[in-house]
Design a protein around this ligand. Structure first.
Ligand SMILES: Nc1ncnc2c1ncn2[C@@H]1O[C@H](COP(=O)(O)OP(=O)(O)OP(=O)(O)O)[C@@H](O)[C@H]1O
Length: 512
């Protein structure tokens, strides 16, 4: 038996108060009638006059409080001296929001409702955007009533979870690199883990890496039938290792279905930034964890990288040479400074620039796909619509992604899954042009307006240093590789965790 109780409600078309009883046998009907979930929360005091009515199972919800990282609104907390009634309703009036008291929660900010039957609590795991970034602001509802009510609440939480559009049960393996960036991987992981642990749909195994190369080894052994994703808590170097671990397997195409999530804990964090930006999220640990918890995925272009006398590697990001590689790799010893090391070392490289004297052959993006398989780096390029240019390249920078670090949008608007690689060049530049270019890098693509900057779009390229005693670095996905001829060729796609568009069959059951 359910009763018609009074409750504040914002629905303008709600029926006027009637003191009557109403029998509603099934939750389905209740959902239909109220346009969604419903409940009344009382904390002290008596029910006062009300202008609207709401159909609720008596005692469905008998208390609520907001929780959060200091962001709790005090006026929303329930206490004895401040009698307050809450009405939760969703559905017809808004397919996008859930109302809890005076709070309007967006389903897209919710990661789910978790029912603790023993404690008779429902936790709404809630990460709204505040001042541009996500914050943790859970809401806990206290459940009263008998077993029947509990069963109704159980169904209520299932429906709510469907509306949150979170991917179903996932098994993730987290790889945390204590040596990455300025050494904050463990504390960043802790913040993400707290979020994951409050959700029932995530099953996480964690490994703290103890040496270079270990992440790739673990990735090469994970069972794609039992692992849905790898969460890298490090920088791009370890992401590179993981993709190489997956791509080098005999079951490569199966293995590459294991998606890679990135909690930024390195210095550059290009993958995390590119995923977050393409999903409309701010760059932050909780923002990245939120997307991983939602679980939607997107494809990421991979490229096979060949060099003489070296095993082929797989690149997800790109290659830098000249001043950019010097800034990236020459500043390794300043790692303790975090991302600031790049800014500081750029000053050194402006004073002592080391351009790369080399010849570039590239397959323009408009010319379709280059032939497969990739040619040997020691052989001639296959015939095709190749274009060629030569250095000295003060800056050589190729990228599969829009962002090459958290603060450098090298190729604005570039998709990470269209098979196109951008190459940004600055040829034979003086110190003034180089300074302008470097300063403009942090200004949303402003570097492309600096005089002398060129941008090419290609699907494959070969770069051949012209001097045998060439100095400087090649930085491949942020890791040093020999300064020798190098070739990039399409290698299919991997998957990354994090996308604003749901990719699973989890649409709202309440199409209103
Ligand atoms: N426990 C460890 N001790 C030392 N090195 C490790 C350990 N675990 C992983 N590594 C290695 O650390 C290297 C650097 O890590 P990573 O590139 O992820 O961070 P970063 O260099 O700080 O970030 P970014 O690439 O964004 O600049 C990787 O090549 C990885 O193999």
């Amino acid at each position: 038996m359910y009763e018609l109780l009074q409750a504040p409600c914002t629905r303008e078309d709600a029926a006027p108060l009637k003191d009557t009883s109403y029998s509603v046998p099934a939750m389905d009907d209740l959902w239909q009638i109220t346009g969604g979930l419903c409940g009344v929360v009382e904390a002290g005091g008596t029910i006062g006059p009300s202008v609207h009515t709401k159909l609720v199972p008596r005692g469905l919800v008998v208390g609520a409080e907001l929780e959060g990282d200091g962001a709790t609104t005090p006026s929303q907390s329930l206490n004895e001296r401040q009698p307050r009634r809450w009405c939760c309703c969703a559905g017809r009036e808004s397919a996008r929001n859930l109302r809890v008291g005076s709070e309007l929660l967006r389903f897209e900010d919710l990661l789910g409702a978790v029912l603790d039957t023993a404690a008779r609590l429902v936790r709404l795991v809630h990460c709204p955007v505040s001042s541009g970034a996500r914050v943790r602001r859970d809401i806990v509802l206290h459940v009263g009533g008998d077993e029947k009510v509990l069963a109704a609440v159980n169904e209520w939480t299932s429906r709510l979870n469907e509306k949150c559009k979170v991917k179903g049960q996932r098994n993730y393996h987290a790889l945390i690199n204590p040596a990455s960036g300025s050494g904050q991987a463990a504390s960043r992981w802790q913040q993400a883990r707290e979020l994951f642990d409050s959700l029932t749909h995530l099953n996480i195994t964690e490994s703290f890496t103890t040496r270079a190369g270990e992440a790739g080894e673990i990735a090469s052994q994970l069972d794609p039938r039992q692992c849905d994703g790898i969460i890298v808590v490090s920088g791009d170097g370890m992401v590179h290792e993981v993709f190489n671990g997956l791509a080098s397997r005999s079951d490569r195409s199966e293995a590459l279905r294991i998606a890679v999530g990135h909690i930024p804990a390195g210095s550059g964090n290009a993958l995390a930034k590119s995923i977050l930006h393409s999903s409309g999220e701010a760059f932050g640990v909780l923002d990245a964890a939120f997307l991983i918890a939602k679980g939607h995925q997107q494809d990421l272009d991979l490229m096979t990288v060949s060099q003489p006398s070296q095993p082929d590697r797989t690149s997800f990001l790109g290659l830098s040479a000249g001043v950019i590689a010097d800034v990236d790799l020459g500043s390794e010893w300043l790692r303790f400074l975090g991302g600031f090391r790049f800014t500081l070392y750029a000053g050194v490289c402006i004073v002592y620039p080391r351009p790369l004297l080399a010849e570039l052959h590239y397959w323009p993006s408009h010319a379709g796909q280059p032939p497969m398989p990739p040619p040997s780096i020691d052989s001639e390029l296959p015939t095709g619509p190749w274009a060629s240019i030569s250095g000295p390249f003060t800056v050589f920078w190729s990228s599969n992604m829009e962002w090459t670090s958290y603060n450098t949008q090298l190729a604005p608007g570039q998709s990470m899954e269209d098979g196109v690689c951008s190459i940004v060049l600055l040829r034979n530049a003086g110190r003034v042009a180089l300074t302008r270019f470097l300063l403009a890098l942090e200004s949303d693509g402003g570097h492309l307006d600096v005089e002398g900057t060129e941008k090419l779009e290609c699907r494959a390229f070969r770069l051949r240093p012209l001097s045998t005693d060439a100095r400087g670095y090649f930085s491949l996905d942020g890791e040093e590789v020999p300064l020798q001829p190098i070739q990039f060729w399409p290698a299919g796609q991997g998957r990354v965790i994090g996308s604003s568009s749901p990719d699973g069959p989890i649409d709202s059951v309440m199409a209103v």
